[in-house]
Design a protein around this ligand. Structure first.
Ligand SMILES: Nc1nc2c(ncn2[C@@H]2O[C@H](COP(=O)(O)OP(=O)(O)OP(=O)(O)O)[C@@H](O)[C@H]2O)c(=O)[nH]1
Ligand SMILES: [Mg+2]
Length: 298
């Protein structure tokens, strides 16, 4: 049998392109949260694919944008660190959206690196076949990409072919991560992310950028196969609290129930989830708070 392959692939692109959806589709499980709102992913999430032919570590990253707050500067730092570690940079493009200034910004960023690059034209389930060819030609004309692959991350279309192309570019060598793992994310961090995903799903467009979730306590009772999680949903203004809580507490209850069900299946234990809403006016500028949100990852 030939040597096993191993390597790292960075998933990069504009907000909402489908990077996290693609990672989850590749792994066959939810490792990174997904929402229909941009700037969902705020950190670098490692998802590990283990196959008989080898191991690929995928780095899911925040959507590339011009940073205005310290939070966003940190987000872009995660993108750059993924760039520097990757054996292949996979640019995920929402092919159902017209090419714009944001895409140009991303292309310019990619020009600065000599790492092999793929362009993955995503969401092809949303576009007519005859629209695809011009987009492929456009990405070909940049002269940057070693492969251009149309995919549908949501429908799982052309994922096998993509993985063949990626494995072909990995080096021979031993696995970097334990082969039984599929992510490096600590459970405590994942719990905060899942709560944030449900907050994004159930609240208005105003909230996505202004909400953070901090897990205060994460207690395992092995004898009872029970995990108790105490978390605070942090908003920036007192007036945003009722948006999260909802009428008679209905919304936060629903957020809690959905998060608990996801966490129970991920953690393989019963989960008790206690949610509060707190106000921190300038949390997006508060380096210490931002560091605390990220500490489990470092
Ligand atoms: N129709 C369709 N929708 C998709 C596809 N891939 C992703 N989506 C949707 O696009 C939205 C954004 O997906 P995400 O995976 O969160 O995108 P992302 O690139 O990780 O976004 P950020 O983390 O904000 O940068 C979600 O509503 C997904 O369901 C696809 O192939 N087809
Ligand atoms: Mg994402």
């Amino acid at each position: 049998m030939s040597e096993k392959k191993s390597g790292t692939v960075a998933l990069v692109g504009r907000p909402n392109a489908g990077k996290s959806t693609l990672l989850n589709q590749i792994l066959g499980q939810k490792v990174s949260i997904v929402s229909e709102k941009p700037q969902t992913t705020r950190n670098r999430i490692v998802g590990i694919l283990n196959e008989p032919r080898g191991q690929i570590a995928f780095l899911d990253t925040p959507g590339i944008h011009r940073p205005l707050h310290k939070l966003n500067v940190r987000m872009m730092d995660h993108v750059r660190s993924a760039f520097s570690e990757a054996d292949v940079i996979a640019l995920i493009v929402d092919a159902s959206e017209p090419f714009g200034k944001g895409d140009e910004y991303v292309i310019e960023m990619l020009r600065d690196t000599t790492t092999p690059k793929f362009a993955l034209l995503n969401k092809i389930d949303l576009i007519k076949k005859n629209k695809l060819l011009p987009i492929m030609q456009q990405y070909g004309a940049f002269g940057l990409f070693d492969e251009i692959v149309p995919i549908s991350a949501a429908k799982g279309e052309s994922i096998d072919r993509l993985l063949d192309l990626l494995f072909a570019r990995m080096n021979e060598g031993p696995a970097i991560y334990p082969t039984e793992d599929f992510t490096t994310q600590p459970e405590r961090f994942y719990a905060a992310e899942i709560v944030r995903e449900k907050v994004l799903r159930h609240t208005s467009d105003e909230l996505p950028y202004t909400t953070a979730v901090a897990v205060e306590r994460f207690e395992e009772d092995e004898a009872k196969n029970l995990i108790k999680i105490y978390a605070t949903i942090v908003v920036e203004r007192e007036t945003q609290k009722p948006i999260v809580i909802g009428k008679g507490g209905e919304r936060i209850k629903q957020i809690g129930t959905e998060a608990r069900l996801d966490l129970e299946s991920f953690l393989g234990a019963r989960v008790f989830l206690d949610l509060h809403v707190g106000v921190h006016e300038r949390w997006r500028e508060d380096e210490r708070f931002l560091g605390e949100l990220e500490w489990p990852l470092s």
